[in-house]
Design a protein around this ligand. Structure first.
Ligand code: ATP
Ligand code: MG
Length: 297
């Protein structure tokens, strides 16, 4: 069955990104709460139809670390995309309370499992790994969203937000500046993963934005500077795992298999981690300090 707007009751706004707005909605026929993303695109009907068809492969993308896809439709020049509602929101807004190393390892392990599943089972490279695209629910589950499945959609979204808080790997930044779009490989996602894990650990974007006079200077720091590291309060095991993600040469960067076999993630396999407790305290912290955690978009 296909979802359409008349079946949906619109609730509150969950957030805004560079390309659209995400709202909580209720799918009345099934009584399921969903998150609906609205993307405004000035395209003709044929292109919008092509996007909806390309998004259809998302019905096959289902796994414990993947946000479930319910369907997409378009009205006039907007694409609407309905997915699983994650009731604790995205990791960027949950990281202010701090994370212990066992929680960090569980988040990292979930992200690697999700990314490896996308690649091995669906031949999908995520292309937009960052804390706002890692969603959490009160059950303590960590799931990925917003991975690149529609070439037409990617082409249509103006890539104007290249800039502050870039999670792009050095080879991608270099490739874009040379207008060479063939440089994106799965290892570019591994860089973004490592940067995201540091951000979750320290509660802020790892390259200090105030250090650079402009966006160009920040991108130069990613390409020419030393990669960021996990601070010394974390164990050597955790720090070495992150270091394996943030290798500037893509050929030398860790694979998902290596990351899973690293002691940092091996230790997570049979460990009891109170993810429910962590999510509850992170939400309490977020909701008590909304201004501090507000993001500039
Ligand atoms: P960008 O536009 O660069 O991708 P973004 O990921 O923050 O940035 P959106 O994907 O539009 O932008 O999402 C906006 C916000 O909505 C997210 O930051 C997240 O907090 C919230 N959100 C998105 N999807 C869901 C969901 N399925 N459940 C709950 N909240 C969500
Ligand atoms: Mg997103």
């Amino acid at each position: 069955f296909a979802i359409n707007m008349t079946q949906l009751q619109l609730d509150e706004e969950l957030g805004k990104g560079n390309y659209g707005t995400v709202k909580k909605v209720l799918h009345k026929p099934t009584n399921v709460a969903m998150a609906m993303k609205e993307i405004r695109l000035e395209l003709d009907e044929a292109k919008l139809k092509a996007i909806i068809m390309e998004l259809d492969v998302l019905h096959r993308a289902s796994g414990p670390e993947i946000v479930e896809f319910y369907g997409a439709f378009f009205i006039e020049s907007c694409v609407y995309y309905c997915m699983e509602y994650m009731d604790a929101g995205s990791l960027d807004k949950l990281q202010g309370a701090g994370v212990q190393e066992d929680v960090l390892a569980r988040i990292a392990a979930s992200m690697v499992r999700g990314l490896k599943y996308l690649k091995d089972d669906l031949q999908i490279i995520h292309r937009d790994v960052k804390p706002t695209n890692v969603l959490v629910n009160r059950k303590g589950q960590i799931k990925l969203c917003d991975f690149g499945v529609s070439g037409q959609l990617e082409k249509s979204l103006a890539k104007t937000n290249i800039g502050c808080q870039s999670y792009m790997a050095p080879e991608r930044i270099k490739g874009e500046s040379q207008n060479n779009l063939g440089t994106y490989t799965v290892s570019s996602d591994v860089w973004s993963l490592g940067l995201s894990v540091i951000e979750i650990a320290i509660g802020k974007y790892p390259y200090p934005p105030e250090m650079y006079s402009n966006v160009f200077a920040q991108l130069t720091a990613i390409v020419n500077g030393d990669p960021p590291e996990l601070p010394e309060q974390f164990s050597d095991v955790a720090r070495s795992w992150v270091t394996r993600c943030l290798v500037k040469q893509p050929e030398s960067r860790a694979t998902y298999q290596e990351l899973q076999q690293h002691p940092f993630l091996v230790a997570d396999i049979n460990r009891d981690v109170d993810m429910v407790g962590w999510v509850a305290s992170a939400i309490a912290h977020r909701d008590s300090a909304p201004v501090k955690n507000a993001r500039s978009v």
